[in-house]
Structure formats: structure tokens, C-alpha cells
Design a protein around this ligand. Structure first.
Ligand code: SF4
Length: 417
């Protein structure tokens, strides 16, 4: 781990070069998806925590309404689309990704003129129950088949019964794909896709781990951006190549003492989804105090199940890997993971985004805050907002709370904010 002295400000502000490549890859990916029917390919919409590897192995292009939702949020188009969904009769307290996607589909709205029409939908409830109804609505709207993978919640342990239950459904998933693609699954190809998926996740974790250095060469705000590939193209060589390059760049930045935040003084851990329409503002607000958000529970989720996956038996280990993801485990286990991250990244404080949209992510946050504070003695800040719906963001209030929290941090007190 690097402990070099803080770099000068010009060096510290150096942009991450891989950003352009990432944008190019994502642009090509969406062009491919939008022209899929002209190229004889099928498109499947899939939830962000869903098992994508069988789709890649069947040459089906996976499209993620949640990734699109993040783009909508970052483009500041979320509140308008949410209002449109509410005018269609959906409740304002429904997840803003769901509202944006449902409204977007009816008008081909959003920053890329809507998503390509799906040939099928794959819904895995390891992230929440909202996706079940959301995908049912979209399956009816587009008149396409829907496959639901039901992953029981892991309150404490992962049971044999749960494993067998999910494993059987994964077999049904493959039959579903074979039926709708009109050909058999190539299991050798699936095993290879599985190996690439694990390789991509390992590299992603290594990239995130570079932020354990001081100064951190990237922040959680950078991770929010670079996350897109491990979500959308997991299981492909593209992901492995890209994160290899990004990791090399991070190593160079560490060797040269380049930090994401000039003269980094405080290191924070973020919990929950980003507030997409305010990432720059938040980055600047924390940066003004010399604080870097060095890690977060959200982007780490896409490498959090590595220990359950077996590259020599990907299909056999998928059930556990996809079931034991961060928001499908009990609050005590979540707190344990947060504590591990506080220790690994040397965080001085915890910032929790209480997200109006994402109830399963936000539900146990007060308990996690209490457990982490008791065990680690670090201050914590809870911000109430929403990842996409800007109507649930009070700038003045949040600015005041961040400033107060940073004063507490500077004074070295472990008080709750
Ligand atoms: S409720 Fe949370 S997990 Fe579910 S779709 Fe919305 S943001 Fe994702």
C-alpha cells in the first residue's frame, strides 16, 4: 500500500484516461443492442443482479433498465419521467428506476431515445420485490415472455433447500432460453463465459482495492461511472480487457501519487446507490473539505460474491453467488461487510444515503450505522434523497448536514449526525 506524500494539485486533478474508452465501449454496446434485429440477434432485458452469463453464452444481448435508469438520472431527466409515470397511475413512492423505465418505454424517452425493444425479460428478485411487478408490467406492454428467478432472502445462512430451489430454476432458465432462441445451450461456452465473468469480477475488485492506497487514485464517484461494464457486459473479454487497462492506470496513479481528491485528508465510505443527478455536486462538496469517498457498498456488490463462485463449476456455483449478494443478506451480515470495508480502505467516516426509492437497501441503515459506530467508533452521516427523483433532494439541508458532519470528523468526535 502506498503511503507517499500528497501530490501537488495539478497532478492530483489528473483525469482518468480510461474514461473515453469506457464511453466508446458503452456507445458501441447500445448501438449493437439497438440494431440487434437487423443482425439477427435477440435482446433480453435483465435486472441488475440477474444471472447474465447464460444470455451471453446464447449470444443474446443483455440490456439493463437499471443501467439506463442511471443514465436517465445522470442526465437529470429522472424527475420528468417519474412525473409521467405518476400521471399513468403509478405511486410516487415506487422505485424511481421503475417509474422512469415504465414511462420511458411509452415515449422512447431518456438520453438515448429509449431502450431497444426486448424479445424477452429476465427478472431476478435477489435485489428487491419491486422488479417482479415492474417486469410483469413491461412483459405485458411489449408482449414478450418473462422468466422469473426467485432467490430466497438469506436472513442468516444459505441453506441446502435454498440452493436446490435456485439450482432447479437455473436449469429452467436454460430451457427457457433454448425455447425462445430455438437452439441448445452450448455448455462449454457457458463454462467459458463463467470464467470470463469471474475474471472480470476479480479485476473489478482489484480496481476498487486500489483506493486503499493513500491518496486514493480513484473515488467512489469514479467507481459509479466505471461500474457500467461489470454490470452490462459481465462474462465477456471486453470487460476483462477494459478492467486490466483501468487497473494498470490505477497502479500508475498510485506510483505517481495521483489522488482523486487534491490533498486528501479524510476518507469516507458511501452506502447505497449514488444520487445520480448530484454526483458532481456531492464530489465537490466533500472534496472542498479534503474528503474523498474512497469506497462504497454499491459498486462493491458486483464483486461481492466472488468467494462463492467456482470457475471450474460456474453453473453449479451460480445459485449461491447470485443469492448471497449484498442486499439479499441480513442486516448483521451487511454491517459485517461495511466494517470490513471501513478497515480495508481506512475510512474515517460513513455516509449513508437513505434512498426513498430503494427500500431494501435503506431499511437496515440505522442498525448498520449503530453497529459500525459501536465497533469502529467513526462518525456517520445519513442523507435522505433518491437516486433519480430530484424532487427528493433538498440541497440546502444536505449541504448543512455535510458541513456539520465534516466539522465533527475534523474535531475527531464519534457523534451521530
Ligand atoms: S428498489 Fe432498489 S434494488 Fe429494486 S429496482 Fe429499485 S433501486 Fe434497484
Amino acid at each position: 500500500m502506498s503511503t507517499q506524500s500528497p501530490p501537488d494539485h495539478d497532478k492530483a486533478r489528473r483525469k482518468i484516461k480510461a474514461v473515453k474508452k469506457m464511453k466508446d465501449i458503452m456507445m458501441l454496446y447500445y448501438i449493437d443492442a439497438k440494431t440487434a434485429d437487423q443482425n439477427g440477434k435477440k435482446v433480453a432485458w435483465i435486472t441488475s443482479g440477474g444471472p447474465v452469463e447464460p444470455l451471453i453464452a446464447m449470444d443474446v444481448i443483455p440490456v439493463y433498465p437499471e443501467n439506463h435508469g442511471a443514465m436517465i438520472g445522470a442526465s437529470k431527466m429522472g424527475a420528468d419521467l417519474c412525473e409521467k409515470a405518476e400521471a399513468m397511475g403509478y405511486a410516487r413512492n415506487l422505485c424511481s428506476y421503475a417509474r422512469c423505465d415504465i414511462a420511458c418505454a411509452t415515449v422512447n424517452g431518456g438520453p438515448i431515445g429509449g431502450l431497444p425493444k426486448p424479445d424477452m425479460l429476465i427478472c431476478c428478485n435477489n435485489i428487491c420485490g419491486t422488479v417482479l411487478k415492474w417486469y410483469e408490467v413491461q412483459a405485458r406492454f411489449f408482449g414478450v415472455p418473462l422468466f422469473i428467478l426467485d432467490t430466497p432472502f438469506n436472513h442468516t445462512d444459505y441453506t441446502t433447500e435454498a440452493h436446490q430451489y435456485i439450482q432447479r430454476q437455473l436449469q429452467e432458465y436454460i430451457v427457457f432460453l433454448e425455447t425462445h432462441c430455438g437452439r441448445k445451450m452450448d455448455h462449454d461456452r457457458l463454462a467459458e463465459v463463467g470464467r470470463l465473468s469471474i475474471a472480470g469480477q476479480r479485476l473489478w475488485q482489484q480496481v476498487l482495492d486500489m483506493a486503499a492506497n493513500r491518496p486514493a487514485p480513484m473515488s467512489a464517484f469514479d467507481a459509479f461511472f466505471h461500474l457500467s461494464l461489470i454490470v452490462t457486459l459481465r462474462g465477456t473479454q471486453t470487460v476483462v480487457d477494459y478492467y486490466t487497462e483501468l487497473l494498470d492506470e490505477m497502479k500508475t496513479r498510485v506510483a505517481e501519487g495521483i489522488g482523486a481528491v487534491p490533498a486528501e485528508r479524510y476518507r469516507l465510505l458511501w452506502d447505497n446507490l449514488p444520487i445520480w443527478f448530484r454526483t458532481r455536486w456531492l464530489s465537490e462538496r466533500f472534496g472542498a473539505h479534503g474528503a474523498c469517498l474512497v469506497a462504497d457498498t454499491y459498486t462493491s456488490s458486483w464483486a461481492g460474491s466472488l468467494k462463492y463462485l467456482d470457475e471450474d463449476d460456474f453453473l453449479g456455483s451460480m445459485a449461491e453467488g447470485y443469492s448471497r449478494i449484498y442486499i439479499n443478506i441480513g442486516t448483521d451480515q451487511m454491517a459485517e461487510r461495511v466494517i470490513e470495508m471501513v478497515q480495508k480502505y481506512g475510512a474515517d467516516g460513513l455516509v449513508l444515503h437513505s434512498n426513498r426509492s430503494c427500500k431494501p437497501y435503506s431499511l437496515g441503515q440505522y442498525d448498520i450505522q449503530r453497529i459500525v459506530q459501536q465497533q469502529m467508533g467513526i462518525p456517520a452521516l445519513l442523507i435522505e434523497a433518491d437516486m433519480n427523483d430530484a424532487r427528493n433532494f433538498s440541497e440546502g439541508q444536505i449541504e448543512t448536514r455535510i458541513d456539520a458532519f465534516m466539522e465533527i470528523l475534523k474535531a475527531g468526535k464519534g457523534a451521530v449526525c
